[in-house]
Each structure stands twice: as C-alpha cells, then as structure tokens.
Write a protein that binds this ligand. Structure first.
Ligand SMILES: [Mg+2]
Length: 201
C-alpha cells in the first residue's frame, strides 16, 4: 500500500500567527504558549499542501502525519487538520505525535519505521532536516551544509524539503547550539550571522 509521510508544522499547517505573536510580545518559543496555540486549532494550511494531499488521497495513497507536537495536542491537531479538509484515514491512526508511545521521540525514526512495516513510503515532506534524517546536531553551520550534501540525491525526489525561515534546527547551529545562553545572548549571536543588511540607527 502506498503512503506519504508529512510533517505538520510549517509543512501542512502554517503557524505564523504564533510566530507573529512572539514578535509582538517579545517572547521566545515556550512549550506552554505553543500548546495553547495548538489547542486553538486555528492554523491555516500551507499553500499547496491541501490540494496536493487531497489529490494523493483520491489516488489511494494513505497520508501519515508525523509531528513533534506533543501527544496531548492530538485532538486539537486532528480538529485543525479536519476543519481544513486534510485527508485523515478512518481505519488507522495516521496522526502520530511525539510521546504517544514510549519510543516515539523527536527524531521520528520509530514512527517512520512503523509506517514502513505496512506501507511503501513514496516520499516524505517536511521543513526541517530532522523530518528526513536525525543527527544534524553540529554547532557549525558550514559543517551542517556539508553533512546534508551526502543526501542531495534524495531531495526533490523522495524527500521534499519546504524552506522554513521562521525557525528550525538550523537556528541552533547559528548560536553554536549553546542552550545555556540567555535569549538576549542568543539574539546577539544570531544577529552576528546576518549578512547584507544593517539595522538602521
Ligand atoms: Mg515542521
């Protein structure tokens, strides 16, 4: 049986209102405010995703949603997907959240393997390298770029990577993956990486 695996956030659901709110309030990502946003089930669809997945569904392809939203957000996430018209299978659980099972951790390997037991995975779509292969944990952006080169043949074929300029695992490499830094210190490091534009005084 053919299947497609998609990530949810910034792949099929557009959470830019949440990101905009962080800018407005000056806050940074917080699991609590994120869960509150997820609970609203108000995300819009990423352009193109809905028509594409509906077409695949009509051709008999099962769509699996593998997301690092936390397990308690499942009902709201399903509600959001359903309201927008995303295909949701009736006969099996196709919305697989982090922590639903003990080994369903953030690297997504166990969940992909579970799908692969019964389905032929046609391709995977996501907005972060972690949606395809885990382990891009270098603190050096140049090394990260070099590391991904070995997978170049997959991209644009069985792996479709949507650009996410708002956030992602790339961001941590820009501050050296130093999670002990304060938000202000991280911001200084991130700003030092900006090229070609100076903030006017
Ligand atoms: Mg995502």
């Amino acid at each position: 049986m053919p299947a497609i695996i998609v990530d949810i956030d910034e792949t099929v659901l557009d959470n830019s209102p949440y990101q905009a709110r962080l800018i407005q309030t000056g806050d940074s990502f917080d699991p609590k405010t994120w869960a509150e946003w997820c609970e609203l089930a108000e995300a819009d669809a990423v352009p193109g995703s809905l028509a594409f997945l509906q077409a695949a569904d009509a051709l008999g392809v099962t769509i699996f949603y593998i997301t690092n939203r936390d397990a308690p957000s499942e009902a709201a996430t399903r509600k959001n997907l359903k309201a927008l018209g995303f295909p949701l299978a009736n006969d099996c659980d196709t919305v697989l959240l982090k922590g639903e099972q003990p080994d369903w951790n953030s690297d997504k390997i166990a969940r992909r393997a579970l799908v692969a037991e019964d389905y032929r995975i046609l391709f995977i779509a996501g907005d972060d390298l972690n949606d395809f292969v885990p382990g891009f944990k270098t603190a050096d952006p140049a090394q990260r770029k070099a590391d991904v080169a070995q997978y170049a043949d997959h991209f644009g074929k069985e792996w479709v990577l949507l650009p996410n300029p708002q956030y992602g695992s790339w961001e941590a490499s820009l501050h050296g993956r130093d999670f002990s830094l304060s938000e202000a210190e991280k911001r200084v490091r991130l700003q030092s990486r900006l090229r070609g534009y100076s903030v006017p005084n």
